[in-house]
Design a protein around this ligand. Structure first.
Ligand code: AP5
Ligand code: MG
Ligand code: ZN
Length: 207
């Protein structure tokens, strides 16, 4: 059975955390526009570099992200898509290049999201995710997986986190509403502990 999974959710909802687990469990690609853009922040495009948009919490222009996703999906035999589509035009583009087997929304309240974002730490080497309170590493500042240094993302300040939430409600809520109307959306309580969220996602996928 193929696994073409779309994981939707606000900034900090746990998309990256759960996508990593799904990629391991099912041997599928973790396709994430956020990580791809962070790895190419200073790439020259006709719209400028991704950096300026990302540091302001704004969306990077559609043609840039559409191209990233199209290339990644062309190579993938099964995927979990994280951070895309983020507006109705991206959703339209996606529908032209692939079908989906599951569309899952991680539901988390705003105040929880802000705490998650401002407390997040990521490994500078392997990208593993931590949280100073909710998912602390064994040694402060050091990655459990690879020993790399844990850093804070530029866009995880409280001010930029709140801006990202605004951008999400304005641009991405309509995408969620669309999948709700087509009857494809499955909503999961994203405030449960990570392993519990994962087991609920697995139930949806294997249903
Ligand atoms: P992106 O990297 O996609 O960021 P985001 O959508 O804002 O989401 P996050 O990565 O912040 O959160 P997440 O849901 O992955 O949560 P995580 O698992 O880390 O995008 C960044 C920027 O790139 C955008 O602002 C935009 O500029 C640009 N961009 C990207 N895609 C684009 C697109 N398609 N179009 C245009 N521009 C685009 O978890 C968060 C924290 O919570 C972690 O610390 C984690 O340890 C903790 N946590 C996770 N799950 C739990 C749990 N169950 N309980 C307790 N703590 C938990
Ligand atoms: Mg993420
Ligand atoms: Zn690491």
């Amino acid at each position: 059975m193929s696994h073409r999974i779309l994981l939707l959710g606000a900034p900090g909802a746990g998309k990256g955390t759960q996508s990593g687990k799904l990629a391991d469990e099912y041997g599928i690609e973790h396709v994430t526009t956020g990580d791809a853009l962070r790895a190419n922040k200073d790439m020259e495009t006709e719209y400028g570099t991704p950096r300026s948009f990302m540091e302001a919490g704004e969306l990077v222009p559609d043609p840039v992200v559409n191209e990233i996703v199209e290339a990644a999906l062309a190579d993938a035999d099964g995927f979990v898509l994280d951070g895309y589509p983020r507006n109705p035009d991206q959703a339209e583009f996606l529908s032209e290049i692939t079908d989906l087997d599951a569309v899952i929304l991680l539901d988390v309240a705003d105040e929880v999201l802000v705490d998650r974002l401002t407390g997040r730490r990521v490994c500078d080497d392997c990208g593993a995710n931590y949280h100073v309170d909710f998912q602390p590493p064994e040694r402060e500042g050091v990655c459990d997986e690879c020993g790399g240094e844990l850093i804070q993302r530029d866009d995880d300040t409280e001010e930029t986190a709140r801006e990202r939430l605004e951008v999400f409600y304005e641009n991405t809520e309509p995408v969620i509403e669309h999948f709700r109307e087509t009857g494809d959306l499955v909503e999961i309580d994203g405030e449960a502990p990570p392993d519990e969220v994962f087991s609920r996602i697995r139930d949806v996928i294997e249903d």
